[in-house]
Design a protein around this ligand. Structure first.
Ligand SMILES: Cc1cc2nc3c(=O)[nH]c(=O)nc-3n(C[C@H](O)[C@H](O)[C@H](O)COP(=O)(O)OP(=O)(O)OC[C@H]3O[C@@H](n4cnc5c(N)ncnc54)[C@H](O)[C@@H]3O)c2cc1C
Length: 443
């Protein structure tokens, strides 16, 4: 017997998303304002929900499908990240991103599947999102970072993935700063303007998908064959529902302290003047990940802005405070100044946060949750490539398909529960603090 679901936390503004703000204004949102019937409702307009809705529509062109999003598509987490579609192992809870050979190979297979799916949609529909297949740099600032990169390189060699070492001068030539002591280049990563991608994916969905934004599901009532989703302005009645709400799933039913809403934060500079860009030097566009997963991710954008991401905070309330944002901005400023002393006058125009959905054992939820209700939840910090894959594959699974990747996701561990709160809160916060402290110079 299926059960009813009540949603208790909804997306909050959490700062100002610079990716969204630098796009042209969005068309007005179409919200749920009456009672309508669909074969499928996909809840959550992040990358996972967008890929789920697309794949359902491709495989079931006669089905009526709704995609519902509480905010604007592109303004929430999937449109407020650093834009890395990472193909290689990227376990942010590990010291060097790698796991075992078998787990790493499985991750790469899955992530490339997701990247290929989204890349083909971008190409097919000409989505203007600065999609770049230009790889990423993993850079270190000291011997400790170099050792972590060497472990990562060993892990890549064990799974036959290619990489290239850059010395201090070579990475300075790319970035314009002499802050880094060396780097490892991996060619398979793609990068995007994430808000533009999400908006473009929504706008190019097949015709049998109807998109509702500014429409938060308040609850799902199980009426046997039908599921009734309630909203402030109306109802949707569906035969089947797929939940793609990532961190927000932590607050409705059945995952006691297993899904951990951990926020991370980013800032974006104003556009540099031509003189400032000349002072910086380096190449026009590059994307860099720190040797220590708790360090600073930096991108120089083709628009002559720089984006800095660092700092984590466990926020089970799914909301950050002004103090959280102020702290993040001051950490970003410090990280920016250490790397780019020649750009002291370049202000950080936007600062924002967004919730990741982590678990202590890298577990995630994929499959049938209840009669007629499916879920693909738990990005573990790598939602762009993993969310693309799990969104596509949950649609295939829900339509009765079977393949090796679906089985891989069905067999992944479930998020391991932590002790009851507030013990869990203290443990997670302390673990983040210790890891950030240990990242030290990489911040
Ligand atoms: C600053 C930052 C940098 C990051 N950098 C990267 C990166 O470079 N690469 C990468 O892979 N990942 C990155 N991430 C993580 C990445 O953004 C997430 O993994 C990804 O967004 C997960 O996608 P998703 O679709 O599963 O979930 P989400 O993007 O969280 O989407 C879930 C959606 O569900 C909606 N929703 C929730 N509740 C309801 C409701 N009741 N009704 C209707 N809708 C609802 C939410 O509004 C949201 O839009 C970063 C995250 C942040 C915050």
């Amino acid at each position: 017997m299926a059960s009813n679901l009540e949603f208790v936390r909804f997306p909050a503004p959490d700062g100002v998303n610079g990716w969204w703000e630098s796009l042209p204004p969005a068309a007005s949102a179409n919200s749920v304002a009456s009672e309508q019937r669909f074969d499928w409702v996909v809840v959550g307009g992040g990358i996972t929900g967008l890929c789920t809705a697309r794949r359902l529509a491709e495989l079931a062109p006669d089905a009526a499908i709704a995609l519902v999003e509480a905010d604007r598509i592109g303004r929430t987490t999937a449109g407020r990240n650093s834009g890395f579609f990472v193909d290689l192992p990227h376990d942010i809870s590990s010291e060097s991103y790698s796991r075992s050979v078998e787990a790493d190979k499985a991750d790469v297979r899955l992530q490339r599947h997701g990247i290929d799916y989204v890349r083909s949609a971008v190409k097919q529909h000409g989505i203007d999102c600065d999609w770049r297949d230009e790889g990423k740099f993993h850079a270190s600032v000291n011997r400790k970072g170099h050792t972590a990169l060497a472990h990562f390189a060993d892990g890549l060699a064990r799974i036959d993935e290619s990489f290239e070492w850059l010395d201090e001068a070579a990475i300075a030539k790319v970035t314009g700063t002499d802050f880094y002591e060396g780097a490892l280049f991996t060619p398979g990563c793609s990068t995007v303007q994430p808000a533009a991608l999400m908006r473009g994916l929504a706008a190019s969905l097949p015709e049998n998908v109807k998109v509702f934004e500014m429409s938060a599901v308040k609850g799902i009532e199980d009426q046997g064959v039908n599921k009734v989703l309630s909203f402030a302005g109306g109802k949707l009645v569906a035969k089947r529902v797929i939940l793609c709400t990532n961190a927000y799933a932590a607050t409705f039913g059945g995952h006691p302290n297993g899904l951990l809403p951990v926020y991370t934060f980013a800032s974006m500079t104003r556009v540099m003047t031509p003189d400032e860009a000349r002072r910086l030097g380096g190449t026009r566009s590059w994307s860099l990940i720190p040797a220590d997963p708790m360090g600073s991710t930096i991108r120089r954008l083709i628009t002559d802005r720089i984006c800095v991401r660092n700092h984590f905070a466990f926020r089970p309330s799914l909301e950050v405070s002004q103090a959280d944002l102020a702290k993040a901005k001051s950490l970003h400023r410090r990280s920016f100044d250490r790397r780019f002393p020649m750009l002291k006058d370049v202000t950080l125009e936007y600062t924002w946060g967004g919730p990741l959905c982590l678990s202590v054992n890298n577990g995630a939820l994929f499959g049938r949750r209840d009669d007629g209700v499916f879920e693909a939840v738990g990005c573990n910090g790598l939602g762009l490539s993993r969310g693309s894959a799990s969104g596509k594959l949950i649609a295939e699974y829900a339509l009765g398909q079977d393949n090796e990747l679906i089985r891989q996701l069905l067999n992944q561990p479930h998020p391991r529960s932590l002790p009851v709160r507030p013990i869990a809160d203290v443990a997670v916060t302390a673990a983040i603090w210790m890891k950030e402290f240990s990242a030290g110079a990489e911040l």
